[in-house]
Design a protein around this ligand. Structure first.
Ligand SMILES: [Zn+2]
Length: 161
């Protein structure tokens, strides 16, 4: 990969990049902007003090750009793990219908509840020890979408704990 695209352009720095964000596209929908060859599903956003804007790169290029392939691989593995847990989230056995008729689940110290809001659904996540609800930002058309968003809410609350 390192002979292609911007790797052969001397005006683009080859080292000293840092990753600012990583994203799962769900399928390999994009081409790495560094080698301009690899089709990527997990996008590593790379920035450099001497380069305007960011490059959206695959794991190998990102690892070379930051001179730490292991760091790039770990980052991607963590996101892969998260994506598979998110896919599995609606299938968890804990989901059941509450007395109020809402789909709900208690997991890892959080109570997740999906409820009707306007024309759609929202999710609330309550950390049981704190009892402060964190509501989904948007109203979702489908209950399934609110359920999927509740996974991200729980992850966000875990990360900020
Ligand atoms: Zn690449």
């Amino acid at each position: 990969m390192v002979n292609f695209g911007k790797w052969s352009d001397p005006s683009v720095p080859h080292k000293g990049w840092a990753c600012t964000y990583i994203e799962d596209l769900g399928s390999p929908d994009q081409t790495c902007e560094m080698c301009e060859k690899e089709h990527i599903r997990y996008v590593h956003y790379m920035s450099h003090p001497d380069y305007p804007g960011e490059l959206q790169c695959g794991c190998i290029c990102a690892g070379n750009m930051e001179a730490n392939l292991v760091a790039a691989q770990n980052r991607e593995a963590k996101l892969r793990n998260r994506s598979s847990r998110k896919r599995n989230w609606p299938k968890l056995r804990g989901w059941h219908t509450s007395v109020k008729g809402n789909l709900t689940m208690t997991k890892d110290g959080y109570r997740i509840t999906l409820f009707k809001s306007g024309q759609g659904f929202k999710a609330s996540v309550v950390e049981l020890t704190k009892n402060v609800p964190f509501y989904s930002k948007r109203i979702f058309k489908l209950e399934l979408e609110a359920q999927s968003a509740s996974f991200d809410q729980v992850e966000h609350m875990k990360e900020n704990n």
